[in-house]
Every structure is written in structure tokens, then in C-alpha cells.
Design a protein around this ligand. Structure first.
Ligand code: NAD
Length: 243
């Protein structure tokens, strides 16, 4: 088991981000070697090999992919930017570039961080399964490109290139720079004094370690004949899982 992992290199594209860094830490715990590819270096760890670059550039990606066992793609421009062009460039063209680079470098496995919002049509979803269709009217440009990105990755699955998409909704946990800080900022600005719907709406948030767990389990099951290949999976909390 653990010895199977020794010497296997995992590349985390977006490994400097909130989720990416948690994936990096768990991979290290599990005995993998880790490469991080990101626009910026956000933390230092002697066990990690860092590659700075733009995922839209294949020549930047290739050195990071040498001898890599699996690529985790969890990079994104900030959803708050609502920058249509940037989302298309990074989430769609950049994801195609990652796939091309994988093929050129001989990487066989790709795990995409997608989003549960790809099936959100503006109406309540309770106990939604992966059979839900993609939203016809995505709620913003970010989501529009998350749908396109997921399709690109799942359609790339083949007999010798194995892909899977993991769909969290809101992620919370240590070092969260997004959800809790944004909520606190909004509250402090006095902009939380309204109610949406009848006040009983529910929304799904997932603890970051569970999101990481889903990603690593998926990576470890990407192999010829596995039923997860080419599929998307929602991920949510049941009981926190520590592994
Ligand atoms: P984050 O902003 O913390 O991290 C994203 C990282 O991607 C950053 O380090 C950034 O520098 C890097 N990046 C952006 N553009 C890049 C480029 N062109 N080349 C290389 N690196 C680039 O975001 P996060 O919250 O960790 O999100 C990770 C993934 O999870 C994303 O795919 C996001 O869509 C998905 N997701 C996040 C949430 C959430 O609540 N945080 C919910 C659902 C899905």
C-alpha cells in the first residue's frame, strides 16, 4: 500500500491555492512525491518541487509533468472576478493545454476539481445525483466555463488516458481565503440584513479534508477498466473522514 505510493510523483496544478495546498499536504502524508505548478509560490515546503508558470502555456507545464503519475487540476481565476475572457482562457483553453501536455509528457491520469454549480439551474436541488443534466442557464461566466471545462476533461478519457471530475460546492476549513472571510466582510459592511426565500433554504458546504479525500481516492482508482473513468462525482460531507 504505502510502498506502492513511494516514488510516485503527483502534480498539483493550482497547488498554491486553498484546496491545492491541502491536496499537497495529504499527498505528502501518504508518501507521494509532489510537484506544485502555480502562477505564484504561496508557501514553502522542502519536500515539494515548485514550478512557477501559467497553465495556458504548454512549455511552462511540460517540465512539471516529467515522470508524473497523476495530475490534479485545481487552478482557477477567482470566481469573484466575473472576467469572461479570463475564465475562457484559463478554464477552457488552459485545460485543453493541460491535457495536451499530459499526452506529450506521457501522464496517464487527470483529476479535475469541478463544481457542483455545473448542475445548478437556479432551482432548489436536494439529494441531487450525478444524473442531473448540466445547467442550461449557468448562473455566471465562471460556472459556464466550469461546465465546458468538465466536458473537455471527461471527453478526453480514453483507453490510455484516464480522467475524472470531482464536484464540491462551498469548501470550508483551515486557511479558507474565500467563504468565511467573504461572509464576514459582507456582514461587517452591513449587507447581510436580508433573507432569501422563506429562510429554510439549505446549502451544501464541504470540509476541505473531505474534498481532498475524494480527489485522492479518485486518483488512486483511475486505472484501465475502472468504472470511475470519464465520470463526475458530487462530493459532500457525511461524517468527517480522516485517513
Ligand atoms: P484558489 O483561488 O485558492 O486557488 C486557485 C489557484 O490557481 C491559485 O493559487 C492561483 O494562483 C492558481 N491559478 C490561477 N490561474 C492560474 C494559471 N493561469 N496558471 C497557474 N495557476 C493558476 O481556489 P480554490 O478555492 O482552491 O479552488 C480550487 C478549485 O476548486 C477550483 O477549480 C474551483 O473552481 C474549485 N471549487 C472551489 C470551491 C470553493 O468553495 N473554494 C467550490 C467549488 C469548486
Amino acid at each position: 500500500e504505502a510502498t506502492d505510493r513511494q516514488g510516485k510523483i503527483c502534480l498539483v496544478v493550482g497547488g498554491g491555492g486553498f484546496l491545492g495546498r491541502h491536496i499537497v499536504e495529504k499527498l505528502l502524508d501518504r508518501g507521494y512525491e509532489v510537484h506544485v505548478f502555480d502562477l505564484r509560490e504561496t508557501f514553502k515546503d522542502d519536500r515539494v518541487t515548485y514550478f512557477l508558470g501559467d497553465l495556458c502555456k504548454k512549455e511552462d507545464l511540460l517540465p512539471a509533468m516529467k515522470d508524473v503519475f497523476v495530475v490534479f487540476h485545481c487552478a482557477t481565476p477567482s470566481p469573484l472576478s466575473n472576467n469572461k475572457e479570463l475564465f475562457h482562457k484559463v478554464n477552457c483553453h488552459g485545460t485543453k493545454t493541460i491535457i495536451e501536455a499530459c499526452k506529450e509528457a506521457g501522464v496517464k491520469r487527470l483529476v479535475l476539481t469541478s463544481s457542483a454549480s455545473v448542475v445548478y439551474e437556479g432551482k432548489d436541488v436536494e439529494n441531487g445525483t450525478e444524473d442531473l443534466p448540466y445547467a442550461c442557464k449557468p448562473m455566471d461566466y465562471y460556472t459556464e466555463t466550469k461546465i465546458l471545462q468538465e466536458k473537455i476533461v471527461l471527453e478526453a478519457n480514453s483507453d490510455d488516458f484516464f480522467t475524472v471530475a470531482i464536484r464540491p460546492h462551498g469548501i470550508f476549513g483551515p486557511r479558507d481565503p474565500h467563504m468565511v472571510p467573504t461572509t464576514v466582510r459582507t456582514a461587517k459592511a452591513g449587507k447581510m440584513k436580508f433573507k432569501i426565500g422563506d429562510g429554510k433554504n439549505i446549502v451544501d458546504f464541504t470540509f476541505v479534508e473531505n474534498v481532498v479525500h475524494g480527489h485522492i481516492l479518485a486518483a488512486e482508482h483511475l486505472e484501465p477498466g475502472s468504472k470511475i473513468c470519464g465520470k463526475a462525482y458530487h462530493i459532500t460531507n457525511d461524517e468527517p473522514i480522516f485517513f
